[in-house]
Design a protein around this ligand. Structure first.
Ligand SMILES: NC(=O)c1ccc[n+]([C@@H]2O[C@H](COP(=O)([O-])OP(=O)(O)OC[C@H]3O[C@@H](n4cnc5c(N)ncnc54)[C@H](O)[C@@H]3O)[C@@H](O)[C@H]2O)c1
Length: 323
């Protein structure tokens, strides 16, 4: 796809994945609008858009005039969401208001204002819950372990319904844990690797909760490439795909790679999994993403060591701004 001059809307555009998409699209010559409500506790950061030729619209998809926002766009990358699992448990009404009800507002506005726009929706592996088998393919039963999994599933399904009923070209990508530059590292709200990076750079030991759980982390450039490829591949439209990343590794293995790559004498402490999280924990997960690979030729390019190294390097000079 030639992105030059394409009019692109990225919701959640000041957040982790959205901002990385904005940079990639602007670098390809697209005219990019980033919408973000800068929600408390999320990954939004003004610095995330530093250096990208992107128009930032500050607003909340729950009450913004979405018709004006969507008008004339060719592609919508839909990354705005309440993403905290504990946050969703504490306040499920806000969670569903953003992840499902506001999605319906966006769908209705886009139906009038951008009827032909391709939509790539950011979905999540969370909705599968505790896996019945590994690796998890798209036929795995949906069994959300928490309110956030329910609301994200609802939002995704409204978008797929829009494809079936109104022929909107929609692709939903069910992402695994993603990491890399522009991730929230202040705390563990976005992913455990965020707080690990912070601790390593502050020369403090980081905590590994449990340790045996398997994860298949995706480096953000590979996620960005998956989004762009999904939009650009018409045969994908109308489908839901899992997106995986590096070969599965336990949290302890990931911690050891982090320590080795950091090379500054970093250490970690193994801790029991916190009791308040056990009831919504999914255990081990890794994706079978062969459907997306077969449909598009995409595959993750950045291995763990390289990805963790790049992430640490990126934050080294920016640490203060991300705390
Ligand atoms: N990062 C991951 O590991 C991961 C994994 C699975 C799925 N996802 C999905 O990818 C998408 C992006 O996640 P992320 O990691 O970049 O999170 P993020 O928190 O960094 O980005 C989400 C952005 O959406 C914005 N937002 C939230 N509610 C909004 C609202 N009502 N109006 C306007 N903006 C709003 C936030 O301010 C934030 O900047 C989400 O849909 C998430 O569910 C991410």
């Amino acid at each position: 796809m030639d992105w030059q001059r394409q009019k692109i809307l990225v919701t959640g555009g000041a957040g982790f994945l959205g901002a990385n998409l904005c940079h990639a699209l602007a670098a390809r010559g697209a005219r990019v609008t980033a919408l973000d409500g800068f929600l408390f506790g999320g990954g939004a950061n003004r610095l995330n858009l530093d250096g990208a030729d992107v128009k930032l619209v500050e607003g909340d998809i729950r009450d913004l005039d979405l018709h004006n926002l969507c008008e004339g766009h060719d592609v919508i990358f839909n990354c705005a969401a309440q993403t905290s699992h504990m946050g969703g448990q504490r306040d499920p009404l806000s969670d569903i208001a953003i992840n499902a009800m506001a999605q319906v507002r966006l769908i209705q506005a886009a139906r009038e204002a951008a009827p032909n726009a391709i939509v790539v929706h950011a979905s999540t592996r969370q909705l599968y819950g505790r896996p019945h088998y590994l690796p998890v393919d798209e036929n795995h039963p949906v069994n959300p372990p928490d309110a956030n999994g329910v609301s994200k599933f609802a939002g995704e399904q409204y978008w797929m319904l829009e494809h079936r009923v109104h022929n909107r070209p929609v692709v939903s990508l069910r992402l695994t844990n993603c990491y890399g530059p522009r991730l929230r590292i202040r705390d563990a709200r976005q992913t455990f690797l965020g707080i690990w990076i912070r601790c390593v750079l502050e020369n403090k030991p980081f905590e590994v909760w449990g340790g045996e759980q398997l994860r298949d982390l995706t480096y953000v450039d590979d996620v960005t490439e998956a989004f762009l490829t999904a939009a650009a591949t018409p045969s994908c439209h109308g489908n839901i795909y899992n997106i995986g990343g590096s070969p599965p590794a336990s949290l302890l293995e990931l911690a050891e790679v982090t320590v080795r790559v950091a090379g500054n004498g970093a250490t970690f402490i193994k801790k029991e999994f916190p009791t308040d999280r056990i009831s919504i924990d999914i255990g081990s997960y890794h994706a079978n993403d062969s459907a997306f690979r077969a449909a598009t030729g995409w595959s993750p390019k950045i291995g763990l060591e390289e990805g963790i190294g790049r992430s640490l390097d990126w934050y080294r000079s920016r640490l203060a701004a991300y705390l």
